[in-house]
Design a protein around this ligand. Sequence first.
Ligand code: DQA
Length: 143
Amino acid sequence: MKALVLNGPNLGRLGHREPAKYGTTTYTQLVESCHAVADELGIEVDVRQTDAEHEMLSWLHEAADDGSAVVLNPAAWTHTSVALRDACAMLTAPLVEVHISNVHAREAFRAHSYVSPVATAVMAGFGTEGYALALRWLGTNRR
Ligand code: DQA
C-alpha cells in the first residue's frame, strides 16, 4: 500500500512556527517519524509539503490516478479552498484529514473545513502524533 502524506502552507516551518499551538517537532522530524511508522507497518510513504496550491492539487491528482491513500494537512487551505475539496473528492482510496491543533477550540473561521465532507476520517488536536495515528489506521485498514 502507498500513502502520500501531504502538507499545506506554512507547515514547512513546524518547530519554529507558533510552538504553543503546533509544538516543537520540526518538519524534518515529522518526516522522519512518518517514515519510521511506515517502515514498521510495511507501507510505502511519501511525505511532502508545499506553499503553492497548484502543486498540492497536482499531488492530489497523482494520488487519484495511482489510487494512493492520503494523509492530508491542508493547513489554511482547509478553510478557504473549494479547489482543494474538489481534488480530494476525486480520490478513491481513504483520505485522512489531519490537523495538529484542535481547530474547533480556536477562532471560529477554523471550525469550518471544505475538506471534511469528502474525507474518510478527520483528526484534530493530537499534535504531530496525529500523523502517526492516521498512518497506523491506514495500515490496519488497508485494502
Ligand atoms: C492546521 C490548522 C489550520 O487552521 C492552520 O491554518 C494551519 C495548521 C493544524 O494543523 O492545526 O496551518 O491545519
